[in-house]
Design a protein around this ligand. Structure first.
Ligand code: MN
Length: 435
């Protein structure tokens, strides 16, 4: 439900939060983890304009009330404790932060003492991420990719009955800005014997991620009707993929080394509360599509399970940066084009009694739309390399080259609403190791 924290007229005394294109206005208040110097522990923070409100400091200054569980969570080096507290604690904190940051001047003068410049801090992964699960929930992506690998049978028979997913690798999750080393792996082209070497088909995947809030005990489930209460917030995910490795290794058990070398996560977690004004109906199934089974069907999710979130991919090559050229946009899509909602992914994930834990990361799968300019990875954009992209400086790309930087951006915008930005999810490709 929208409340006073969503009021589009609200302004902050942190002036940079009021710029029309700001990612982090006072209506957003995303959470992250930062440190001021190498070697320091992480500190929980909230983005406001170009500043970070240090939650540990704010709690020491007595600005965050007296709820001991909440204060402890705000002093923790990662967000897991806060994620575990659940929606009533989250909304109490959101209301308090909104009060502290609104107006022409701080009502609580000491609030300014808890602000640090975002440019002066290093952003870290927001949570200790115990498990990472990747879904495959964009129908357009599934059809496009399926057509490349299995032209006669693009969509598997299960696709419209359940959110297809696999268990990803948590240890190689990295925060935005971390360089990504080109992986080496085993590939096979045609009937030639397999060989081992640097991937020649390195790709990105534009995905929506979300963090689990309160978990479920092993052997219990999360009903779809309660799933939203178990989602703390959302982020951008680049699920880097070595397509040549993936293509040779994936059958019959699914993605493995073609995926597990790195996955990049944006540092700011945009809460479910901040996205309330942008909830939209779930994907409307075509006549003839099977209805979801009862455990994947709920009225509220059908009406408000989607999110109207614009997603963009930009590319900056080493030559473009050397020439002072800006990054070029490769595609735009929208999270409302997902066939399955985040709540359906979560309910399905726990439907067998698998325990999800606070801070677990779940990603949607590549988000692609119906048009060519909305394809969320190079595999789709270039038809597996058969239609190279022409870049403004005259370069061409089929897959990523060393020195290429991929930048994901996301934002919600609409009439009568403050713009809610996700910031960026960046990573530059380093050459494969020589050894
Ligand atoms: Mn993926």
């Amino acid at each position: 439900m929208n409340d006073a924290t969503h009021d589009p007229e609200l302004r902050s005394w942190v002036k940079t939060a009021n710029a029309p294109q700001a990612d982090f206005p006072i209506q957003n208040l995303p959470f992250g983890v930062f440190r001021r110097a190498a070697g320091e522990g992480g500190r929980a923070g909230v983005a406001i304009g170009d500043r970070v409100l240090d939650l540990h400091r704010a709690s020491e200054l007595g600005l965050l009330g007296s709820d001991q569980a909440l204060l402890s969570a705000c002093r923790a080096p990662r967000l897991n404790e806060l994620m575990a507290l659940g929606p009533s604690a989250w909304s109490a904190l959101r209301r308090r932060l909104s009060q502290l940051l609104r107006g022409d001047a701080p009502g609580e003068p000491r609030t300014a003492e808890a602000l640090v410049a975002m440019a002066d801090v290093e952003l870290l992964l927001p949570a200790q991420i115990g498990d990472y699960t990747d879904f495959y929930c964009s129908l357009h992506h599934a059809i496009n990719v399926g057509s490349i690998f299995r032209p006669d049978n693009p969509l598997m028979p299960n696709y419209k009955h359940l959110p297809v997913g696999y268990h990803g690798r948590a240890s190689s999750l990295v925060v935005s800005g971390t360089p990504v080393r080109r992986p080496s792996g085993q590939t096979r082209s045609g009937d030639a014997p397999p060989s081992f070497g640097p991937s020649r088909s390195l790709d990105y995947e534009l995905e929506l991620g979300f963090f689990v809030g309160p978990g479920n005990r092993l052997g219990t489930t999360i009903p779809l009707a309660r799933a939203a209460e178990h989602i703390f917030g959302y982020c951008l995910v680049n699920d880097w993929s070595a397509r040549d490795v993936q293509r040779w290794e994936y059958q019959p058990l699914g993605p493995f080394l073609g995926k597990s070398f790195a996955t990049t996560v944006s540092p700011w977690v945009v809460t479910g509360a901040a996205l309330e004004p942008f909830r939209v109906p779930a994907w409307e199934r075509a006549a003839g599509d099977p209805p979801p089974l009862p455990y994947l069907d709920h009225d509220a999710d059908r009406q408000r399970g989607g999110v109207d979130l614009n997603l963009e991919v930009y590319l900056s090559t080493a030559a473009m940066r050397a020439a002072g050229q800006a990054a070029v946009r490769l595609s735009r899509s929208n999270a409302r084009q997902l066939y399955w909602t985040p709540a359906q992914m979560l309910a399905h994930h726990a439907s067998n009694g698998c325990n999800l834990r606070p801070g677990d990361l779940i990603a949607s799968g590549t988000v692609s739309g119906p048009e060519k300019g909305s394809r969320g990875c190079l595999l789709e954009l270039t038809g597996r390399g058969s239609e190279p992209l022409e870049l403004p400086g005259g370069e061409r790309r089929t897959f990523l080259e060393d020195g290429d930087e991929v930048i994901l951006r996301g934002y919600c915008a609409g009439p009568g609403c403050a713009r809610i930005g996700f910031g960026e999810c960046r990573g530059v490709v380093l050459p494969a190791r020589a050894d």
